[in-house]
Design a protein around this ligand. Structure first.
Ligand code: F0G
Length: 462
């Protein structure tokens, strides 16, 4: 019987969370410019803004932290982390960074070139921000089903469209494509996995034209679990056998360890190319810290060394993926339109289908984020017109994205299914009254469009 497995841990420490009244939340929203990023965490009941840096650590991680040594160069903690990373990535060179975007920055400085294309399934916003600053052209080539929230439940909606990739190579010339970045799982369209076959084929095509492949591996273990459970030929392989095969097809991997590292901070730049590693070392020294800590403390490296191993534990992954699936099932029972199948780290609600009367330029998913917080104190995040909207570089006319969603992230080992029921019930009620809602107006945005959602300000349309 499904959903009968319980958490593969018991709870030893708890963090009290605060309930607020609807009247209070209405005020908090006004003060925050109706932007969930600007709310105080203390005013949130169930926090589903992100799955990043929000994991609960295990007793093994906490005790490993006592081993942390803070030596500037050559500390023991680094070597323990290096061993754990090599075991999972199967690559020889490891540069820690303070978090994922620092690894993104180093990667962008090495692989993104002004005026040249960086192909991705869907680039994460910090790489996109780096590309925008460096003048590189970041293009998203996820398969069409990956952008269609009504498409049938196909298993690997994070895959790159190989034909589109070939077409760009033919039209622009391989010398104008500086890198291919595969994000596993694909954060922007539902935490959807990428199949091993797709990683292999993308890599073969890139190799033919001498284009380097990078894997953005924030959620590597979740992707490996989907390969194991959904892809022919992997049922009897271990998670680590699968991760090592995934990385055998790339030159370099970046990782925000705040996700599948099961820690609160940290990042990794991992490569098999010695020259690239040397360059990464130099950039780390200038921007992050010395080669053997890269902005992380010894204690944090110890926690990560253990966390990476725990994330590859199959019992943990089964519980993890099924918990997200549980929330998706509850929402579907209420008729709420979501991306299916549910992915690795959250459930994504289709804002356009939810509020069909609100046009995309009036931010339907953002309206849903505001409604969910106001009704239930639950914080989710918009991934739609605000986060993914862009502007024509010449005319400055707005370009609206194909996907318009609200992402409800599920933190790792943090909430129980009863917390998820609170979310489902609140959304169910909003859905029943969906016709009563109007849209929103964007009244403030920062200068880098790719990053505007973090600081944007909105007003409610009356
Ligand atoms: N790459 C991916 C795929 C990510 O999801 C993130 C962060 C990063 C890189 C950057 O890593 O935060 O450690 O600097 N994603 C978070 C999120 C913030 O909410 O999805 P970071």
């Amino acid at each position: 019987m499904r959903f009968m497995t319980a958490e593969p841990f018991r709870i030893k420490v708890v963090e009290p969370i605060r309930k607020t009244t609807k009247a209070e939340r209405t005020e908090f929203l006004k003060e925050a410019g109706y932007n969930a990023f600007r709310l105080k965490a203390n005013d949130v009941y169930v926090d589903c803004l992100t799955d990043s840096g929000t994991s609960a650590m295990s007793t093994h991680q906490w005790s490993a932290m006592m081993l942390g040594d803070e030596s500037y160069a050559g500390c023991n903690s680094f070597y323990r982390l290096e061993e754990s990373v090599k075991d999972i990535f199967g690559m020889p060179y490891v540069q820690p960074t303070h978090q994922g975007r620092a690894a993104d920055y180093i990667m962008a400085r090495i692989y993104a070139k002004p005026g040249k294309y960086a192909i991705g399934n869907m680039h994460f916003d910090t790489f996109r921000g780096n590309a925008e600053v460096l003048g590189a052209l970041a293009v998203d080539y996820v398969i069409p089903e990956g952008l269609d929230t009504t498409s049938s439940a196909i298993p690997f909606k994070g895959n790159i469209d190989i034909k589109k990739m070939q077409k760009l190579i033919d039209e622009k010339g391989a010398e104008n494509i500086s890198v291919v970045i595969i994000t596993v799982t694909c954060n922007n369209n539902g935490g959807q996995p990428v199949s091993m076959q797709n990683i292999r084929e993308v890599s073969q095509l890139a190799k033919k034209y001498n284009i380097p492949v990078v894997i953005d591996s924030a959620r590597l273990a979740e992707n490996a679990y989907f390969i194991k459970t959904r892809e022919e030929g992997y049922q009897n392989k271990s998670i680590k056998e699968i991760t090592r095969e995934m990385f055998s097809y790339c030159e370099t991997a970046t990782m925000s360890s705040k996700k599948d590292g099961l820690v609160n901070i940290g990042g990794l730049f991992v490569t098999r190319n010695e020259e690239v590693f040397q360059m990464a070392n130099q950039l780390a020294i200038v921007h992050e810290g010395f080669i053997t800590y890269g902005g992380m403390s010894g204690r944090d490296m110890e926690a990560l060394a253990v966390g990476l191993q725990e994330a590859c534990d199959e019992n943990y992954l089964k519980y993890r993926i099924e918990q997200v699936e549980y929330l998706g099932k509850k929402l579907k029972e209420k008729g709420i339109p979501i991306i299916e199948p549910t992915g690795g780290h959250g459930v994504y609600v289709d804002g356009r289908r939810f509020f069909s009367q609100i046009p995309q330029h009036e931010f339907p998913s953002q309206r849903l984020v505001v409604a969910l917080y106001e009704e239930a104190g639950v914080r989710a995040v918009e991934l739609g017109a605000c986060a993914f909207g862009s502007k024509d570089p010449v005319t400055k006319e707005p370009i609206w994205p194909a996907l318009e969603t609200m992402r409800i992230c599920v933190s790792r080992r943090v909430y129980t299914n009863q917390h998820l029921d609170v979310i489902a019930n609140a959304l169910g009620e909003i859905y029943e009254n969906r016709k009563d809602y109007k849209g929103m107006k964007l009244v403030y945005e920062g200068p880098i469009t790719a990053l505007r959602h973090f600081t944007a300000g909105f007003e409610l349309i009356k």
